[in-house]
Design a protein around this ligand. Structure first.
Ligand code: PRP
Ligand code: URA
Length: 209
């Protein structure tokens, strides 16, 4: 699939299977999402450009690689995207964070924005949008629309589960934004839920159902 990277590392695949189990506790679900967040941070930053800098070891001065360019931004879509955030920040502690508050209207499945707070210089940075679920993609498209309005040009989208319909819709709106996902499931049901999926990620994370 053009523009889509499937992360098939055995640890990530194993943890996702544990998360799908409807009997997984809220605590277990949240912990697994956090652990997967850390592993996905490793994958999505794999090709960041490096530059050589001078460092003085106890023995001599030497030129060694360091990440080039400004600190990146993690942009979780509330609520469920926050589940990835701590794990990602564990690996990239100096990253900035943009919070994007969106919920999906249960009738129309359109995204409704209720909060947006981002670093003032976000346009100069690589922004990695986080949301475990890419279903219709309406939420992801609205989040990226908003970030592009703020001048962001360098974007990536990371999720846990995607529906084929969501990937198609997202790529049609934002062909310049690559997607990283752990799995692509079968389809969406009549209520816009991913099948087989894992249910409502936000509710399972926070125990709100
Ligand atoms: C869920 C999920 C995504 C969205 C995906 O959020 O976390 O943001 O649905 O669906 P879509 O691709 O069809 O837009 P939800 O609206 O349930 O809000 P919540 O995270 O606050 O529970
Ligand atoms: N949002 C979720 O949390 N789960 C789905 O399957 C679809 C949208």
């Amino acid at each position: 699939m053009d523009g889509v990277t499937i992360i098939n590392h055995p640890l990530v695949q194993h943890k996702l299977t544990l998360m799908r189990d409807k009997n997984r506790s809220t605590k277990g679900f949240r912990q697994l999402l956090n652990e997967i967040g850390m592993l996905l941070a490793y994958e999505v930053t794999r090709d960041l450009p490096l530059e050589m800098v001078e460092v003085e070891t106890p023995l001599e001065k030497t030129m060694q690689p360091t990440i080039a360019s400004k600190k990146l931004v993690f942009a979780p879509i509330l609520r469920a995207g926050v589940g990835f955030l701590d794990g990602m920040l564990t690996l990239v502690p100096s990253a900035r964070v943009a919070h994007i508050g969106l919920y999906r209207d249960p009738e129309t499945l359109t995204a409704v924005e209720y909060y947006f707070k981002a670093p003032s210089d976000i346009a100069d940075r690589l922004v990695i949008v986080l949301d475990p679920m890419l279903a219709t993609a309406n939420s992801a498209i609205a989040a990226v629309d908003r970030l592009k309005e703020r001048g962001v040009k360098d974007l990536r989208f990371v999720c846990l589960l995607a529906a084929p319909e969501g990937i198609k819709n997202f790529r049609a709106h934002h062909p310049d934004v690559p997607i990283w996902t752990v799995a692509v499931d079968s389809h969406l049901n009549d209520h816009g839920y991913i099948v087989p999926g894992l249910g409502d990620a936000g509710d399972r994370m926070y125990g709100t159902k």
